[in-house]
Write a protein that binds this ligand. Structure first.
Ligand SMILES: N[C@@H](CCC(=O)N[C@@H](CS)C(=O)NCC(=O)O)C(=O)O
Length: 201
């Protein structure tokens, strides 16, 4: 399998870490949305990452759809339970992590990637507050060692990767906040299956 996109993207990175957890063979194609748009669009008409090219050439797009497929390959080892209350609990926490990642990405674009004259400070502040809301909700859930079910799930992987992204591109967003999430992040990142997916530069 080929994973398209750089692991700076929290969506690409959660797929990379999940591939590692499931022990699946994969290759990185670290294309940048900034400089490799045309090549990315050959795989995903939306021009977005991640995309996952399967062995037979089928291409999956969107991290949630990709994880759905990987979970089906992982069977009982899947990081998201297959049904019922456990699945709902994990998906709710995953949605908070994905939402915090989305708002962090948008805040990063609003504060740094958009031409300076077009930046909207008030809009950026709202995005930052929304991301903080997601992270704070996850922080409040972290009483034991993991977010859900007393064991590692996709909620932990997604939350930690979302916070790593925010810390990298917009440190002020999470500065001095989310002590328990940071402890979880330290534990997960000590595992090369997660830590090894960190974006290098
Ligand atoms: N819902 C998508 C979001 C993917 C996404 O927003 N990717 C960003 C990188 S973090 C991207 O490719 N942006 C380029 C663009 O949309 O032009 C997923 O979970 O895969």
């Amino acid at each position: 399998m080929k994973l398209i996109g750089r692991t700076l993207s929290p969506f690409v990175r959660r797929v990379a870490a999940t591939l590692n957890f499931y022990g699946l063979e994969w290759e990185a194609l670290p294309l940048s949305t900034v400089t490799d748009g045309a090549e990315i669009a050959r795989h995903n008409p939306l021009g977005r990452v991640p995309a996952l090219v399967l062995a037979d050439g089928e291409v999956l797009v969107d991290s949630a759809a990709i994880l759905d497929h990987l979970d089906s390959l992982a069977g009982p080892a899947a990081l998201t339970p297959p049904a019922g209350a456990e699945r709902r609990a994990v998906l709710r926490a995953v949605a908070l992590g994905v939402g915090a990642a989305e708002k962090s990405v948008q805040a990063y674009y609003e504060t740094q990637r958009r031409p300076e004259a077009l930046r909207w400070a008030e809009g950026a502040e709202k995005l930052i507050e929304q991301a903080r809301g997601g992270f704070a909700a996850l922080e409040a859930m972290l009483e034991g060692g993991f977010l859900c079910l007393g064991r590692l799930t996709q909620a932990d992987v997604t939350a930690v990767i979302a916070l790593d992204f925010a810390d990298k591109v917009l440190p002020a967003l999470g500065e001095g906040r989310y002590r328990r999430l940071r402890a979880l992040s330290a534990r997960l990142n000590a595992d090369p299956r997660v830590g090894g997916t960190r974006f290098a530069t």
